[in-house]
Ligand binder design. Structure first.
Ligand code: NAD
Length: 435
């Protein structure tokens, strides 16, 4: 099948690569000429495990190409995916400018019946909006349909998630239109739900808001555990064993970040207001999350009461492990908070350093974990990369000026840390001092 994917970011590039790998002819389009030039030269604009190999294989087999020329890409395709960003506006509502821009471009280029598939995360009603934009910009009437096919991939495991999604959601105006997408996804042999366009759009927001709720719920429980002498890691383990609850996304830490959960929860709140409903549960989820960095910085004050002139080392900058994405990263907020408290801050991340360099100023970028920890008065674990789990903690302690660790992802064992001579604070577990 000839397919075009417009917007070659985290979603578009992975989607295009996987569809090509399934044997389709795919052209990925982006307005960013530098990004397309890099891709044509075989260099990945993002880090995603397995992506580079998959792109290279399909490019050399002639099934995957990259261009800035949307018109010609649309003309040769039977299905056109929209995978551009849908960032929040200042008022929290979704900015659909890129979606509208692409829809009008598709309208001008279209020469025969085309299925336009919206994969970007968009408010309910956007399918209708895209239809109107296309109709308004067509120079002559060419038939088309608009389908909603929300994306659920997670950065860091995007290829695996795209190849083996829990479900594929297809919101289409008719069964017949849904068939073209069914055919495309059939080789994956995964569960599919065929529904109407607004319901498909809502499934995405409701799912992300629910996952965010699990995270904020765990963090709210953690705050109580800490005061009550309970261990949140045991509590969520016990909760998650209940099949009705499930353990995924039920862990206490620094709160959620990234380019999806913060914007999608705010957008759902906006949608609810427009529909005349307050949706206070989501408002509370956002409030708990917004407070979480501050709660963590209070812990800093407990272990280092006078941070002026002191050095803090921060391990992990991406919003979660296995990605270079620092958009809305809580780790970055922690770095800014430490700076504001008066610390000199040293930072390290296995993959996100280039992006962090563009975002952070007045910090020292280090080569590795041990170099970061050298001479520090406080070490903060902000993103739970696997390599941080396997650190030589004895060596680390020897390098630090004061052996104080704030583990914001609960990856170390309090008893072990005390035995190793650390003053150790984590999230929702009793504090420990060196034994
Ligand atoms: P991104 O910022 O990584 O990529 C978007 C791309 O679209 C950029 O390369 C940009 O240059 C391009 N673009 C913007 N306007 C364009 C235009 N007019 N013509 C051509 N290209 C244009 O964004 P992303 O993270 O891939 O997210 C895309 C959408 O998917 C968003 O709605 C997001 O909410 C949703 N989503 C993202 C994830 C994720 O984990 N990143 C997961 C599920 C859904």
């Amino acid at each position: 099948m000839n397919i075009c994917v417009v917007g070659t970011g985290y979603v578009g590039l992975v989607t295009g690569a996987v569809f090509a790998d399934l044997g389709n002819d795919v052209i990925c389009v982006d307005k960013d000429a530098n990004k397309i030039a890099e891709l044509v030269a075989g260099r990945m604009p993002i880090y995603e495990p397995g992506l580079e190999e998959m792109v290279a294989r399909n490019m050399s087999d002639g099934r995957l190409a990259f261009t800035t020329d949307m018109a010609s890409a649309v003309r040769r395709s039977v299905i056109v995916f929209i995978t551009v960003g849908t960032p929040p506006k200042a008022d929290g509502q979704t900015d659909l400018a890129a979606v509208a821009d692409v829809a009008s471009g598709i309208a001008r280029a279209m020469e025969r019946y085309t299925v336009v598939v919206n994969k970007s995360t968009v408010p309910v009603g956007t399918g209708e909006f895209v239809r109107e934009v296309i109709e308004r910009h067509q120079t002559r009437p060419v038939p088309f349909d608009v389908v909603s096919n929300p994306e659920f991939l997670r950065e860091g495991s995007a290829i695996e998630d795209t190849l083996r999604p829990d479900r594929i959601v297809i919101g289409a105006p008719t069964q017949q239109v849904a068939m073209s997408l069914l055919e495309l996804y059939a080789p994956l042999e995964r569960p599919m739900i065929i529904t109407d366009v607004p319901s498909a759009e809502m499934i995405k927001y409701a799912s992300n808001a629910f996952l965010s709720t699990k995270i904020s719920f765990a963090n709210a429980i953690a705050n109580i555990c800490e005061r009550a002498g309970a261990d949140v890691t045991q509590v969520v383990k016990g909760m998650g064993m209940d099949a009705r609850i499930g353990s995924a996304f039920l862990s206490a830490g620094l709160g959620y970040g990234g380019s999806c959960f913060p914007k999608d929860t705010s957008a759902l709140l906006g949608l609810a207001r427009q529909a005349g409903s307050e949706m206070r549960v989501v408002a509370a989820v956002i409030e708990v999350n917004d407070r979480q960095t501050g709660v963590m910085l209070e812990k800093v004050r407990e272990v280092v009461p006078d941070p002026r002139g002191k050095v803090a080392a921060v391990l992990g900058l991406s919003f979660k492990p296995n990605t270079d994405d620092i958009r809305e990263s809580p780790a970055i907020k922690v770095v800014e908070g430490l700076k504001a408290l008066g610390f000199a801050v040293r930072v390290y991340d296995p993959i996100a350093m280039d992006n962090a360099r563009r975002e952070l100023s007045q910090v020292t970028f280090c080569e590795d974990e041990y170099g970061t920890a050298k001479g520090c008065d406080l070490l903060v674990l902000a993103t739970e990369w696997n390599q941080f789990r396997a650190l030589d903690l004895k060596r680390l302690r020897g390098l630090m000026k004061s052996p104080v660790v704030l583990d914001l992802r609960n990856i170390y064992e309090p008893g072990d840390m005390a035995r190793l001579g650390f003053t150790y604070r984590c999230v929702g577990r009793p504090a420990v001092k060196p034994t």
